[in-house]
Design a protein around this ligand. Structure first.
Ligand SMILES: Cc1cc2nc3c(=O)[nH]c(=O)nc-3n(C[C@H](O)[C@H](O)[C@H](O)COP(=O)(O)OP(=O)(O)OC[C@H]3O[C@@H](n4cnc5c(N)ncnc54)[C@H](O)[C@@H]3O)c2cc1C
Length: 531
């Protein structure tokens, strides 16, 4: 069974290795063990629904609790403490376009609000009901999860938007195809959610972002249906597809999505290397990307993340051996940066890419090649890492992440600025913050920075929330000051909304607002999110 107030299946738990515990105790102090409330006690406090009995929605309190929050840190604080201030008044489970139309008609007539809900893995408050004086229906797309059509000639596949990652890939695999979109939330997020948040998968370097894969579909707006045909390219004015990407449920509900697919790769390899220091490592990955070496994945951890990941891996003997090996080869383990490189495609493409990349990294940048062991370990655990968040919370530590994308010239200053702001963020409270980063999505002009920070859960949910807000604001300010984007792939939701103006300008924000209002003149679609 899926956890109602944490990540993933209840049957899976990942213990916190003793070295990781020691590292956290040393950097930020011992955590205070946390217990959490049960769903029955929260369901018992859910207020009366504001919907009439005729509304096309399930008003059962437990169902309403299960759709009340996503996966952001404020969501976790609310879910773990049971202090949930708002719930949807009901949850609808449409099965087809007719059901969607009925919901839109109901909302148009009654003034009720609709929140499209894919997998609920948002980390920015996208699917949270806000305090409104109108009833709120969360629209779960979970029953709209079929593979509708595959055009093998054009390599296009059309799905209902509520399909989850594993089901989507299973449907394509039977035809020898793949989408290749693997966000870390792959197991619990949906195709519609990926499009609506402009998601990016772990192998975006090879397969592209969802922006590149999304070709068309069907959007049910309060003003009617919008068909988005899958043209290979078009010069017929601005692309409506681009307006739907990142629309966060504000323009309507995607019922169908057409994506570009590819043949399943003949071969896939993930290799690990160690670079002697950050400056060399950044220059090396920039070289790989700008020289267009065929890669499907790069992930460059800074020294702090390399140390933290090795501690979190629990493989102490292997880590000790690795440190010894580095020293032997003249690399200081405290400065070393772990790089994972993925090669995907035909056997000859993989062999060619590998030869070029490894030789450039070793000969030009002094990298130590660790071969496939670290890469295989990453691939095996690529969707398991978020389970540590459950364990860390229980041990009294909150974990959150921040991400941006900036041009190559300011990658290092932005990353250091974000980490610095986080580490100093709770000085007034005399609390430490553990922060580390990696680069994980790459472009010829720059890269995305992904920073993880860990701080201690406070004695009250209100205080933990206050600390989180302070940290989030401090690091987001650094992003804005460096003219980075407030999000490379998580989106905007409520938590990034106030930073959007700095990036898009007054005119840009009002254009987005006008677009949402055009499709949704009565403001029934997910109000308060994005803009
Ligand atoms: C542990 C973890 C790891 C993550 N890793 C990644 C990652 O690697 N890459 C990445 O990009 N993101 C990642 N995320 C963030 C999140 O998974 C993505 O934003 C994802 O795209 C959300 O999909 P979802 O189906 O869960 O959407 P939801 O969270 O349900 O909804 C997100 C937004 O999309 C809208 N929406 C959903 N479905 C539809 C629809 N059919 N029509 C219209 N609007 C819709 C909602 O209204 C909401 O505004 C991660 C999150 C977690 C918790």
């Amino acid at each position: 069974m899926k956890r109602w107030n944490g990540w993933g299946e209840e049957s899976i738990s990942m213990p916190l290795p003793s070295r990781a515990k020691a590292l956290l105790r040393e950097t930020i102090g011992p955590g205070r063990k946390q217990s959490s409330c049960d769903i029955q006690s929260v369901a018992a406090r859910v207020p009366q629904t504001g919907l009439p009995a005729s509304a096309p929605a399930d008003t059962d309190p437990t169902v309403r609790v299960l759709h009340a929050r996503g996966q952001s840190t404020p969501d976790w604080i609310a879910l773990r403490s049971g202090n949930i201030s708002t719930f949807p008044d009901g949850v609808a489970f449409p099965e087809n376009s007719r059901d969607l139309q009925r919901l839109l008609d109901f909302a148009n007539d009654s003034g009720a609000v609709l929140i499209p809900y894919g997998g609920g893995t948002s980390v920015l408050g996208h699917i949270n009901p806000l305090a409104l004086d109108r009833p709120i229906i969360t629209v779960s797309l979970s029953r709209m999860n079929a593979l509708l059509h595959v055009d093998e000639t054009s390599r296009l596949a059309t799905f209902q938007a509520g399909i989850l990652g594993p089901d989507l890939e299973a449907g394509l695999k039977s035809k020898g195809l793949t989408l290749g979109h693997f966000p870390q939330s792959f197991q619990y997020s949906t195709l519609g959610g990926w499009v609506a948040t402009r998601s990016s998968g772990q192998q975006s370097l090879g397969y592209g972002r969802i922006d590149d894969l999304f070709q068309g579909g069907l959007l049910h707006t309060p003003r009617g249906r919008l068909h988005l045909p899958a043209h290979p390219a078009s010069a017929a004015g601005p692309a409506i597809q681009d307006m739907v990407l990142g629309s966060e449920g504000r323009m309507g509900i995607l019922s169908e999505v057409t994506v570009q697919v590819r043949p399943l790769p003949e071969m896939e390899r993930f290799h690990g290397l160690v670079l002697p220091n950050w400056e060399t490592a950044v220059s090396a990955v920039r070289g790989l990307v700008q020289e267009e070496i065929p890669l499907s994945m790069l992930r460059l951890s800074n020294a702090e993340e390399t140390q933290s990941q090795l501690a979190l891996s629990g493989q102490d003997r292997m880590s000790d051996y690795l440190f010894k090996y580095m020293r032997l080869r003249g690399i200081d383990p405290r400065a070393a940066c772990m790089l994972l490189v993925g090669f995907t495609g035909t056997a000859s493409r993989v062999r060619h890419g590998k030869r070029q990349a490894i030789s450039l990294l070793k000969n030009r940048h002094g990298a130590l090649h660790l071969h496939r062991f670290p890469g295989n370990s990453w691939a095996r655990n690529r969707f398991r890492a978020p389970y540590l968040r459950n364990t860390l919370w229980e041990e009294g530590y909150a974990v959150d992440t921040l991400e941006t994308a900036v041009t190559w010239d300011i990658v290092t200053q932005t990353m250091r600025g974000m980490e610095q702001a986080l580490r100093r963020g709770l000085e007034e409270e005399e609390e430490g913050v553990h922060a580390f980063s990696h680069l994980s999505h790459f472009y010829p002009t720059g890269a995305s920075i992904y920073t993880t920070y860990i701080f201690r859960v406070a004695s009250s949910p209100e205080e933990t929330h206050r600390r989180w807000r302070k940290l989030k604001h401090a690091a987001s300010r650094v992003i804005v000051e460096n003219q980075g984007t407030i999000s490379h792939h998580h989106g905007v939701g409520t938590d990034h909304r106030d930073y959007l103006r700095a990036e898009k300008g007054e005119l840009g924000v009002s254009a987005i607002k006008a677009l949402c209002e055009h499709f949704d003149p009565r403001g029934i679609m997910n109000p308060g999110k994005l803009v």
